[in-house]
Design a protein around this ligand. Structure first.
Ligand SMILES: C[S@@+](CC[C@H](N)C(=O)[O-])C[C@H]1O[C@@H](n2cnc3c(N)ncnc32)[C@H](O)[C@@H]1O
Length: 386
């Protein structure tokens, strides 16, 4: 394998993590703007002053002339998400998307995180070269990081979020489809969230799981696949083989085409840009008939953030205003790079999500970041995410 790809930035801008995105049709942008214009004309009838104010800013920003560079911009993948939704759902979606895109960069909060990630399991069958899963301390049973969420815990978390949080991602440190309870969990989702997503390495994507996903209301399914040839694939995604994940992904596409042609879903191959041997153009072409989109994100040094040198970055990490992680055992964690759970505000059975999101632990941490004291906080001082 050729040399490791160096991150293109020293700061990892989470708000702009896509470095390549193919398949999100620019033609959908015009249709999205027309729908926003129609919504803007009827905003007075939207319920709730807080939501109405957010929607007004969202519509104003999206309808402003492009050269004004407002905080909230329409991007092709957002237009593709909007195309999945009826007009009746559009206000809910725009309100969520505005909060997700703008609140973290303006350091604004309301009662709920714009997004919550639910860690179905911390276990993974792969040891990807760029991931903390290859870290022996993380895997060591006696350290207590490994486990599977119980369906009852999953349902309690979902019950807390429904009606308040639209973006729920089933993935964090582990491989969600490795859970033997995954189909029961997926069956609890339909109708509850507008932006439900799952990230998977696709190695456990059998027919039963494919049907469960397609019936769950998940609207974005991300297949983490970083290559289109061997031995590159298995040298990056250690423990996996291209043959198996390709068979599974193509079978999923076939099941979808045959049995669920009208299910609103975006499938995406997502790669981490890590090695110069990854031919991004070839990878996009190779996968384009199996999925709706192919994207690449920049590599972030996640393998062991605690061993990284201090960055000197003094700007706050936007993740503290963007999303919260519920770990397999119900603990709440503030971010993904902190895989050793240094920042663990509480357990979910002792708190509700709003109390945690607006609670002392989170607010103190945000204040440190906001006051330029990030370098005094471990491991934030070593993390490039902004
Ligand atoms: C940690 S994985 C867990 C979910 C699942 N096992 C999977 O492979 O998608 C979640 C996502 O993070 C991405 N990822 C892993 N390490 C990364 C890194 N160092 N930089 C950027 N993204 C990374 C993966 O490619 C994947 O899309």
């Amino acid at each position: 394998m050729s040399e490791q790809h160096k991150p293109s930035k020293l700061v990892y801008r989470k708000a702009d993590s896509f470095v390549v995105l193919n398949g999100a049709e620019p033609s959908l942008m015009r249709a999205a703007i027309d729908r926003v214009a129609r919504l803007a004309a009827t905003l007075v009838s939207e319920p709730g002053a807080h939501r109405r104010a957010i929607l007004k800013r969202a519509c104003d920003d999206l309808l402003a002339p492009a050269q004004e560079r407002r905080a909230f911009r329409l991007r092709p993948f957002v237009a593709a998400e909007m195309a999945l939704l009826s007009d009746a759902m559009l206000p809910r979606y725009l309100s969520y998307r505005y909060r997700y895109d703008v609140f973290p960069v303006e350091y604004r909060l309301d009662g709920f995180p714009p997004c919550v990630q639910i860690e179905v399991t911390s276990f993974c069958n792969f040891r990807c070269v760029f991931c903390y899963q290859k870290n022996p301390d993380f895997k060591r049973r006696s350290n207590g990081f490994m486990g599977f969420m119980k369906p009852e815990m999953f349902k309690r978390v979902v019950d807390q979020l429904e009606g308040h949080v639209e973006a729920v991602t089933m993935a964090s440190r582990g491989e969600p489809l490795s859970s033997s309870d995954i189909c029961e969990m997926l069956a609890y989702l339909p109708g509850k969230f507008l932006a439900a997503k799952m990230n998977t390495n696709a190695s456990f994507l059998d027919e039963r799981r494919a049907h469960a996903i397609l019936q769950s209301g998940i609207s974005t399914l991300v297949f983490s696949v970083d290559a289109a040839v061997e031995p590159l694939y298995s040298s990056l995604r250690v423990g996996g083989t291209l043959e198996v994940v390709e068979r599974n992904i193509r079978r999923f596409a076939e099941i979808r085409r045959k049995h669920y042609p009208d299910v609103p879903l975006i499938t995406r191959i997502s790669g981490v840009r890590f090695s110069d041997a990854q031919d991004v153009e070839h990878i996009c072409r190779y996968w384009q008939d199996a999925v709706d989109q192919v994207a690449f994100v920049d590599y972030c040094p996640l393998e062991d953030i605690y061993a990284q040198p201090e960055t000197g970055i003094e700007t706050p990490c936007s993740e503290l205003w963007r999303r919260l992680f519920v770990l397999w055992n119900g603990s709440i964690e503030v971010c993904e790079p902190d895989f050793r759970e240094v920042h663990k505000p509480c357990r979910i059975d002792e708190w509700n999500i709003t109390d945690v999101w607006l609670g002392d632990y989170y607010q103190r941490l945000r204040q440190h970041h906001f006051d330029g004291q990030r370098q005094a906080v471990e491991p934030c001082c070593r993390c490039p995410v902004e």
